[in-house]
Design a protein around this ligand. Sequence first.
Ligand code: NAP
Length: 247
Amino acid sequence: MKVALVTGGSRGIGAASAKTLAAKGYAVAINYKSNHQAAEQVHSEILTAGGKAELFQADISNEQQVVEMFGAIKSRLGLVTHLVNNAGVLQTQMRVEKMSAERINWMLTQNVTPYFVCAREAIKQMRGANQPTGCAIVNVSSAASYLGGANEYVDYAAAKGAIDSFTKGLSLELAPEGIRVNCVRPGCIYTDIHADGGEPDRVDRVAELLPLKRGGTAQEVANAIVWLLSSEASYATGTFIDLAGGK
Ligand code: NAP
């Protein structure tokens, strides 16, 4: 059985990924931090559609909670064979000259370190899983990593730049074992994250500036994530799919 963990699976891109993976036959571990109601909604939609999923509450910026979560997934669903490193956060828009070290460090400990720690724990389980079509990881970065996030969140953009480097390095470490590691870089997608940045309607504001003249949907990102995890992408590792409307 393929077992996929989606971090931040309760809302946005993670929720769309969890539902799509379940529809494709994966047993899905839906991680969330605190929005139990949203997580339960995703869970019940999957069960109603005949899929298999379980909820795992854990703050992935807490190493101990991540270790315990992986132990719980192993006993309730089986060894993790696929990982979507997705949970991420924004902070209020601000220029670099106003950023405190505390804010910058928080951004890194929320958006970078958890991807490393979740991948570390996943790799241990993947090695024992004997998954015939191979194991895979997809990291959710951002178009901000190459656009820079100027005047809004350069700290977030830099954290996502770290995820791009992490993808490349980890893919090379794991390629000899056949574990593939890829990355998606969404642009402006309609989700709750923009409210965290202090501008809930940001996607509508910038849509006209995008080559495709519209924001994207969580499902459009999930489709790429699910493809990269699948055996249809069996020769892709260390690669990036930009879902940014042409930016
Ligand atoms: P979202 O709608 O705000 O959802 C965030 C998800 O992450 C929620 O499920 C939340 O759980 C979870 N989460 C946050 N911190 C967590 C933690 N410490 N531990 C466990 N779960 C945590 O976000 P989104 O827009 O779908 O973003 C998903 C990913 O895409 C992020 O990495 C983001 O940076 C990236 N991205 C998004 C966009 C965009 O325009 N939306 C663009 C580029 C990249 P709760 O529900 O429990 O709070």
